[in-house]
Design a protein around this ligand. Sequence first.
Ligand SMILES: NC(=O)C1=CN([C@@H]2O[C@H](COP(=O)(O)OP(=O)(O)OC[C@H]3O[C@@H](n4cnc5c(N)ncnc54)[C@H](OP(=O)(O)O)[C@@H]3O)[C@@H](O)[C@H]2O)C=CC1
Ligand SMILES: O=C(O)CCC(=O)C(=O)O
Ligand SMILES: [Mg+2]
Length: 416
Amino acid sequence: MPASSQPVTMQDGKLQTPDFPIIPFIEGDGTGPDIWRASKLALDAAVERAYGDERKIAWLEVLAGEKAFKQTGSWLPDETLDAFRKYLVGIKGPLTTPVGGGIRSLNVALRQVLDLYVCLRPVQYFSGVPSPVKQPELTDMVIFRENTEDIYAGIEFEAGSDDLKKFKEGFSQTFPERWKKVRFPDTVGIGIKPVSQEGTERLVKASIQYAIDNQKESVTLVHKGNIMKFTEGAFRDWGYQCAVDHFGAKPLDGGPWHVIEGDKIKSPGGKLVIKDVIADAMLQQILTRPADYDVIATLNLNGDYISDALAACVGGIGIAPGGNINYETGHAIFEATHGTAPKYADKDQVNPGSVILSGEMMLRYLGWTEAADLIIKGLNGAIAAKTVTYDFERQMQGATLLKCSEFGKAVAEHMA
Ligand SMILES: NC(=O)C1=CN([C@@H]2O[C@H](COP(=O)(O)OP(=O)(O)OC[C@H]3O[C@@H](n4cnc5c(N)ncnc54)[C@H](OP(=O)(O)O)[C@@H]3O)[C@@H](O)[C@H]2O)C=CC1
Ligand SMILES: O=C(O)CCC(=O)C(=O)O
Ligand SMILES: [Mg+2]
């Protein structure tokens, strides 16, 4: 790192980015190292082309996942958490979470420990990308996924465990009638789904503010509140309440939809509609009526499902970026929507587009818009030239197949 490198800081609610910011990064498991090499090349190229010697990212590798475990015996060393705490803004590759047993998700742990309550996942179509839908350009949505609560909080009791025995005793004694409703009580495993008004409010508030700042027409609260009334249903009710309390929303045609109007609303229609949709219906609406949706505010698990489904509509998770953000403290870790794609590990094959675009989001978050714009230019150029990785090439007529590393270079070359 250059001697002049400094941390990003938050002052009076505004992020301050020095010219040589220290940015911690996690390479990631599986395809992570391949993707990171390609992404770093593209990100550094954008910064250099935009600012010459005036600005440069001082990358600081921090460990997590398999690499961390091999080197330190810890999956998520304290030093890594300390670095993200200290340097505020970072980026990461995907980390493996075993199914059924083993360690709990390190990705979720990072979000919870740093209280990165918004998982921001913009889903937009890049011209020329192959898509399974007829009009992919109609999909232009931004997901605000609650990132710290819901079933992801990890309060689970394994069937047959001592903890579950204790839980069952307490629950069955306190709520005997409810306990009787459990179909197979001897072999049941139990998960708890915490959803709070505070957690909902800060997420929905951020989503409405984003919609106002970006002249969007609607925010849709997506929930399964007909079935999970006091968690997902409460999310919907608290979401509408948040629109009323913080933005002066008024009921639309008697409710439950609301509308925000006034000087601060600069959307083409002059109003911002706050509406809600039940999650299963939403998963078909994104295919049948994508143009009806702009900003999506939803709970953790719904947001996870909707992210991959929406990404598929615009070309897949090879090109689906994201950021985990706490808007009050400024802490943010940018990362792709996809996982480690283990069958492609070390083959230099997968699309680094999601991490490159996550880096683009990070540059914009840091206020380095010129470099962020160059990433978009480079990516558009590489796609327009039909020089793409396997995931696009297999669906494109006349495309040239590039390796992961070659795609990173192609993005950099098309910035010119
Ligand atoms: N934030 C994180 O770190 C996340 C971590 N994970 C973890 O990742 C691991 C693997 O999860 P899995 O369910 O297989 O999901 P993945 O997202 O890793 O992979 C599923 C499929 O998506 C496609 N894909 C993924 N990444 C890319 C890419 N960069 N370029 C092109 N195509 C891509 C591939 O499709 P195809 O086979 O068609 O080529 C791949 O087989 C799990 O341990 C999971 O917990 C999962 C999500 C997020
Ligand atoms: O933490 C994981 O392994 C999976 C997380 C995930 O799928 C996501 O955040 O989209
Ligand atoms: Mg996911």
